[in-house]
Ligand binder design. Structure first.
Ligand SMILES: Cc1ncc(COP(=O)(O)O)c(C=O)c1O
Length: 438
């Protein structure tokens, strides 16, 4: 055939075109190009009435995203929070999904709380005496956070957060009508003394934190502080949401056990996700919670979306129960460790006056303070022309940022060599605004 494809490919292409409305098939006659009627300009829908209808309704804040717009071809991504396809276990995922699809019950309804095998695996991974009954399967970590902020707090309530913290958590909390209140952290994580002050000042009943490989700083909450943070929250009658998103993103050293493993009374609500170490589209996560919170979450699930798609849950079970998953995690740890060092070295060479606040032992990012005189806006303006994408620091702060920062990721670029090139491009981008000031 002229296009070098077989009849199966041709008939699939025609079926796709028919579904898109580009062709019409007339049984017994043939397939014909559909007459397309472009929408006339004056037929653009007039949606201005919606501005009136929505006035006074709660505004859903959008997640800030300075990467809007298509980056120029050849742009190196130091932005974003997921693995490049080169680091994803694509073959394993394909095999897991294929095995899941072959199960006779693959398309049956799933239980509201999730498949019992998956709940058992998540319970076992959480450790301590966490029981499968304590686990709710969710659509990734973000879905879990959105549910939790709605379940455990009411609009107008304060929620304490680390400063800085994950942008998506701030967006989800604000979307639930909550008021994020920052609590300072240092290189050992959240400061329990200031946490106690913040609970006392605000009357908050909720803390959101990431004790292990915190995004954006990579910090791990120090061993002696882990119990203290939970004790301070318990004394305030508050919940702790432990976002354990980076559990499988360690760079090779021992990863501390989750706070929930030592929880005795349902203070800690634990969130985990498979997207970070596998693929952003494996949108499967889990919440560990006990007591009335779990009952509320189950109630919400039954109202919001009934259950999480069974084929994806089955695929997650298949993935997690093959020995190749552990091999993938070991390979990933080595790759992340290498990439982290490559980017840190390149930045130290190219931009010696930028301060790397900590060399992380897990996670996907470096967190840097910019030198005096260089603003985030300078960088935002300059980087597109130098074809490198970054995340600006201010959006990670619930209140005024104490200084200008950037979050630079080492996992979204295709190759480690790209990280060296990206550091050189950043140096070129940074040199222009400063020379203009000089
Ligand atoms: C700290 C943190 N928590 C949760 C999430 C949510 O990820 P997902 O919904 O893909 O599991 C992210 C993603 O960037 C994150 O960085």
């Amino acid at each position: 055939m002229r296009h070098g494809v077989g009849p199966v490919t041709v008939s699939r292409a025609i079926a796709l075109l028919a579904a898109e409305g580009a062709v019409v098939t007339r049984p017994g006659s043939g397939t014909y190009v559909a007459t397309r009627r472009p929408r006339p300009a004056d037929a653009e829908p007039d949606t201005s009435w919606q501005a009136v209808a929505l006035a006074g309704r709660q505004f859903q804040p959008e997640r800030p995203d300075e990467q809007s717009g298509t980056p120029a071809p050849g742009t190196i991504a130091l932005s974003g929070g997921y693995l490049h396809e080169n680091l994803q276990p694509t073959r394993l995922l394909g095999g897991a999904l294929a095995r899941a699809a072959r199960r006779p019950d693959a398309w049956h309804r799933a239980p509201a709380a999730g498949l019992s095998t998956l709940r058992t695996i998540f319970a076992q991974q959480a450790g301590g005496d966490v029981d499968p009954e304590d686990v709710l399967v969710t659509g990734g970590g973000q879905g879990a956070l959105s549910m939790l902020f709605r379940a455990v707090a009411a609009p107008g309530d304060p929620v304490l957060v680390e400063s800085p913290t994950y942008v998506g958590a701030l967006a989800a909390a604000r979307s639930a009508g909550l008021r994020p209140v920052p609590v300072p952290m240092d290189e050992h994580g959240l400061r329990p003394d200031l946490l106690a002050d913040a609970f006392a000042m605000t009357g908050a009943r909720l803390l959101y934190c990431q004790p292990t490989f915190h995004n954006p700083t990579g910090t791990v909450l120090a061993p002696e502080r882990r119990g203290q943070v939970v004790d301070v929250a318990r004394a305030a009658g508050a919940f702790v949401i432990e976002d354990d998103f980076a559990r499988h993103l360690g760079h090779g050293r021992t990863v501390p056990r989750p706070l929930v493993a030592d929880d005795r009374d349902g203070t800690v609500i634990h969130v985990r996700s498979l997207t970070k170490a596998a693929s952003p589209s494996l949108r499967i996560g889990g919440v560990v919670a006990r007591g009335p919170v779990m009952r509320r979450l189950l109630g919400m699930r039954r109202v919001d979306d009934f259950f999480i798609a069974r084929p994806l849950q089955e695929a997650a079970v298949e993935l997690l129960s093959t020995p190749a998953w552990d091999r993938h995690l070991r390979t990933l740890a080595t790759a992340l460790n290498h990439r982290c060092a490559v980017l840190a070295d390149a930045l130290a060479r190219e931009l010696p006056d930028w301060t790397l606040l900590q060399l992380p032992e897990g996670g996907l990012h470096l967190w840097l303070r910019l030198p005096a005189g260089l603003t985030e806006a300078d960088i935002a303006d300059a980087v597109p022309a130098h074809r490198v994408a970054v995340n600006l620091g201010h959006q990670y702060f619930a209140a005024e940022p104490p200084a200008a920062h950037l979050r630079l990721g080492f996992a979204a670029a295709a190759e480690p060599a790209d990280l060296v090139e990206a550091a050189a491009r950043l140096a070129a981008a940074a040199s222009r605004p400063r020379s203009a000031d000089d």
